[in-house]
Design a protein around this ligand. Structure first.
Ligand SMILES: Cc1cc2nc3c(=O)[nH]c(=O)nc-3n(C[C@H](O)[C@H](O)[C@H](O)COP(=O)(O)O)c2cc1C
Length: 325
C-alpha cells in the first residue's frame, strides 16, 4: 500500500501522465485493470485560469477512476497556485506539478524541465501551490537539465521542504528527451534522502521490471507510462507476479473486447471522428507483436471513419481467431 499525504492508495502502481494518451477513457481502463492511481495528462495552468474551453475539458472526470491526480504545468507561482485551486474545485484528489517535460514549447515558456535550472522558482511554485490547495501535492521531476549535472537530490529535498507529499522521479535528464536509459540509481539516491514517498518512473516496460525497480531502488511506488499503452493489463500482471500468481496474457477475445471498449469510451468522450483518428494510433500499440500486424497497420492508416475502422478490426481479429492464434 502507498500513502500520499492523507490519501491511501489501493496499491503502489501509478499510471503516468501522458499527453494524448491518458484521457478519461484510458484512465478508466487502467483503473479497472489494477492501477492504484491514475493521472491526467499535463494541463496548462495559464489555460485553466483563462478559462480556455479545451483546457478545461481535460478536467472531465468519472467516479470510477478515482482517486485522480491532475497534473498542471506552468512557470508562474501565482498562476500555478490559482490553477491548483481550480483543479481541486473540479475534484482532483491529488495535484501534481510537472517539472520535467522536455518539449520545446513548454521549455521556451520556462515551464516543465526548464524549472530544474532555477531552484528559486521551484521553491516559489511548490510553496505557492502548497498554500493554495488542501489535497495532497506531488511533483514529477527529472534529475536535471543535462547529464553532467544532476540536481535530483537537492531538488527533491527542496520540494519536500516546501511541503509536497511525494516526489516522482523519471531519471532521464531534460536534454536527453526520451533517449538513452533511465538511470535507476538516481531513484535510489533520491529515496535514500527523502522522508516523503518517492515514486520511481522510467523504462518499466514489462511486469518483472516494476518489481525489479522497487527492489533495486527501494522506491515506494512505481509509475508506468509506455509499458501500459497497448498493454493496460500490466498493472494486474504486476500485482499477480508480486503475489506469486501466474501472469495471464489476454487472449484474442479479451484483447478485442478491450479495444472495442476503449473505442466506445473515446467516441462518447470526443466524438466518433476524432475517436477513429486517436484509435488508429493506439491500434499500433494494441496489435504490437500479433501476427500480420504490420499488414493490418498499413491497412488502417488511411481509414478515417469509425465504421470502416471497426470492420477492419473485426476482420483482423476474426482472421487471427480462425488461425487459432
Ligand atoms: C506520449 C507521451 C506523453 C507524455 N506526456 C507527459 C505529460 O503530460 N506529463 C508528464 O509529466 N510526463 C509525460 N510523459 C512522460 C511519462 O509520464 C514518463 O515519465 C515517461 O514516459 C517515462 O516512463 P515510461 O518509461 O514508463 O514510459 C509523456 C510520455 C509519453 C511517451
Amino acid at each position: 500500500m502507498l500513502q500520499i499525504g492523507s490519501l491511501k492508495l489501493e496499491n503502489w502502481l501509478i499510471m503516468a501522465p501522458m499527453a494524448g494518451i491518458t484521457s478519461l477513457p484510458f484512465r478508466l481502463i487502467v483503473k479497472k485493470l489494477g492501477a492504484g492511481l491514475v493521472t491526467t495528462e499535463m494541463i496548462s495552468a495559464e489555460g485553466l485560469i483563462r478559462g480556455q474551453k479545451t483546457t478545461l475539458s481535460y478536467l472531465k472526470s468519472h467516479p470510477d477512476e478515482r482517486p485522480l491526480s491532475v497534473q498542471i504545468f506552468g512557470s508562474k507561482p501565482e498562476v500555478m497556485a490559482r490553477a491548483a485551486g481550480i483543479v481541486v474545485k473540479a475534484g482532483a484528489n491529488i495535484v501534481d506539478i510537472n517539472m520535467g517535460c522536455p518539449v520545446k514549447k513548454i521549455i521556451k515558456n520556462g515551464a516543465g524541465g526548464a524549472l530544474l535550472r532555477s531552484p528559486q522558482r521551484v521553491k516559489e511554485i511548490v510553496t505557492a501551490v502548497r498554500r493554495s490547495c488542501q489535497v495532497p501535492l506531488t511533483v514529477k521531476i527529472r534529475p536535471g537539465w543535462s547529464i553532467d549535472k544532476s540536481v535530483a537530490v537537492e531538488t527533491a529535498r527542496l520540494i519536500e521542504d516546501c511541503g509536497a507529499d511525494a516526489v516522482t522521479i523519471h531519471p532521464r535528464f531534460v536534454k536527453q528527451g526520451f533517449s538513452g536509459k533511465a538511470d535507476w540509481n538516481i531513484i535510489a539516491d533520491v529515496k535514500e534522502q527523502l522522508k516523503i514517498p518517492v515514486i520511481g518512473n522510467g523504462d518499466v516496460l514489462d511486469p518483472s521490471l516494476a518489481l525489479q525497480m522497487k527492489r533495486q531502488t527501494g522506491c515506494d511506488g512505481v509509475m508506468i507510462g509506455r509499458g501500459a499503452i497497448g498493454n493496460p493489463w500490466i498493472f494486474k500482471q504486476i500485482l499477480d507476479m508480486e503475489d506469486g500468481r501466474a501472469i495471464r496474457q489476454p487472449g484474442l477475445h479479451e484483447r478485442r473486447t478491450l479495444i472495442m471498449e476503449h473505442f466506445r469510451l473515446l467516441s462518447v468522450s470526443i466524438g466518433e471522428h476524432r475517436a477513429a483518428k486517436t484509435m488508429r494510433g493506439l491500434l499500433l500499440w494494441y496489435t504490437k507483436g500479433l501476427p500480420h500486424s504490420s499488414r493490418f497497420r498499413g491497412l488502417i492508416t488511411s481509414i478515417k471513419d469509425c465504421n470502416t475502422l471497426v470492420s477492419a478490426l473485426d476482420q483482423y481479429f476474426s482472421t487471427l481467431e480462425d488461425e487459432k492464434i
